[in-house]
Design a protein around this ligand. Structure first.
Ligand code: XLS
Ligand code: NI
Ligand code: NI
Length: 437
């Protein structure tokens, strides 16, 4: 099979002075940052759905992408031809991981049995290429939102047959992920949500979603799959209200249904902003609950209100992400997964490289900057100092729960007025961060 990107050689680190657009200026895989190589800190991953299957169509127009290796069919034959393309791409780019939905890699057949067979045929090829290239599967997932059967949701569909179908699909996707030694498996809500409460029994749908996840956990144990399960929050799109709306909502759902031991969060930047949060906020919420699993690295557009899934280029954003990640001790099973797509005007195959190189360099800079801020220590010291009234005296007694309202009332009556609070120094701290960027 001829190379899909014949003119592109392996992307190398050339340093900040390089003018070569097909080189890394900041991502130097073997460079050590906070005790680990950048490769191991960042654990980059490319996605099959956008990078291989995204054709640039939108609500107003058909696809624009020029992909010379595509033959225009959604056949098993074409699916097999796409596998070497994806691996050539990942290998030339130097990403150690990839991720997919079942239906990205293999076409849906006339029935579930045929779909499963199609998936097996392509998975065999994926396995071969994983072995040959050393590229690994970060996580697998099932597409439970494209086919019309899922119009009302999958696990939250009012139709029990749809629930059963979705369960069968996830069962298969889990088994394939396990066979490919996937390090995780992601549940993104798809159409698990509602468009109007007039036709929706929310409590029943949430119970069903929890039952579905418990069944997945049981099956995971049964087949001996030890990869990490993730749930991926998103507040809206495609439904008006998605149940897994943000990190806090997901954590509450997992807690309510006793699933916290089994799922961590896979957070996506554009989903965070759709929810009215920053990615840093979402990561901080997850980290505080010990549930920061993986990230879908992309970005939205300030002026557009939907999931534009653009490649991240903003160093301020990547710095914030890496500050939280390093504080939380880094990735264990997760990675920096580019759930991002090139603009439909960027139709050339080389644009896929420009996009990922930019994202990887942006995260590499974020990582180095975050590490420098941490080494400097002033930010950390400031926050520590800000809470120091809890390190001794009455504060310590509060934290240790040695006092109650009665004791605190006695204390406050004696104390008189509270001494002036310390300044929050937001502007000073913003300037401090900018000194590193
Ligand atoms: C869509 C989601 C999706 C998940 C995987 O908005 O980001 O791509 O990451 O199903
Ligand atoms: Ni995603
Ligand atoms: Ni998205």
């Amino acid at each position: 099979m001829p190379a899909a990107f014949p003119k592109i050689k392996a992307i190398r680190y050339e340093g900040a002075d390089s003018k070569n657009p097909l080189a890394f200026k900041h991502y130097n895989p073997d460079e050590i940052v906070e005790g680990k190589s950048m490769k191991d800190q960042l654990r980059f991953s490319a996605v099959y759905w956008h990078t291989m299957r995204g054709m640039g169509s939108d609500m107003f127009g058909v696809g624009t992408m020029q992909r010379p290796w595509e033959d225009g069919t959604n056949s098993v034959k074409m699916a097999l031809k796409r596998v070497p393309v994806m691996f050539e791409f990942c290998q030339k780019l130097g990403v150690p991981y990839y991720a997919f939905h079942d239906r990205d890699v293999a076409p849906e057949g006339r029935n579930l049995g045929e779909s499963n067979k199609n998936l097996d045929v392509v998975a065999k090829e994926l396995k071969k290429f994983q072995k040959d290239t050393g590229i690994k599967l970060l996580w697998g997932t099932a597409c439970l939102f494209v086919n019309p059967r899922f119009m009302h949701g999958a696990a939250t569909s009012p139709n029990a047959d749809v629930f059963a179908y979705a369960a069968a699909q996830v069962k298969k996707a889990l088994e394939v992920t396990h066979d490919l030694k996937g390090e995780g498996y992601t549940f993104w809500g798809g159409r698990e949500g509602y468009s109007t409460l007039l036709n929706t029994n929310m409590k029943r749908e949430l119970d069903h979603l929890a039952a579905f996840l418990h069944m997945a956990v049981e099956h995971k144990k049964k087949i001996g799959f030890t990869g990490q399960f993730y749930i991926e929050p998103k507040p809206k799109e495609p439904t008006k209200h998605q149940y897994d709306s943000d990190a806090a909502a997901c954590l509450n759902f997992l807690r309510e249904y006793k699933l916290t031991d089994h799922l961590q969060l896979n957070l996506e930047t554009n989903h965070a902003t759709l929810a009215g949060h920053s990615m840093q906020h979402e990561m901080e919420v997850a980290a505080a609950a010990g549930a920061l699993g993986s990230i879908d690295a992309n970005t939205g557009d300030l002026l557009l209100g939907w999931d534009t899934d653009q490649f991240p280029t903003d160093i301020y954003l990547t710095t914030q992400c890496m500050l939280v990640l390093l504080k939380a001790g880094g990735f264990k099973t997760g990675g920096t997964n580019f759930d991002a797509k090139v603009r439909r005007e960027s139709f050339d195959p080389v644009d896929l490289f420009h996009a990922h190189i930019g994202g990887m360099d942006a995260f590499a800079r974020g990582l180095k900057i975050a590490a420098a801020i941490r080494k400097d220590g002033r930010l950390d010291a400031f926050v520590k100092q800000r809470y120091s009234s809890y390190d001794s005296g009455i504060g310590q007694q509060i934290e240790k729960r040695k006092v109650g309202f009665k004791e605190l009332s006695d204390y406050a009556l004696k104390m008189g007025e509270v001494k002036t609070n310390q300044s929050g120094r937001q502007e000073f701290l913003e300037n401090l961060i900018n000194d590193f960027i």
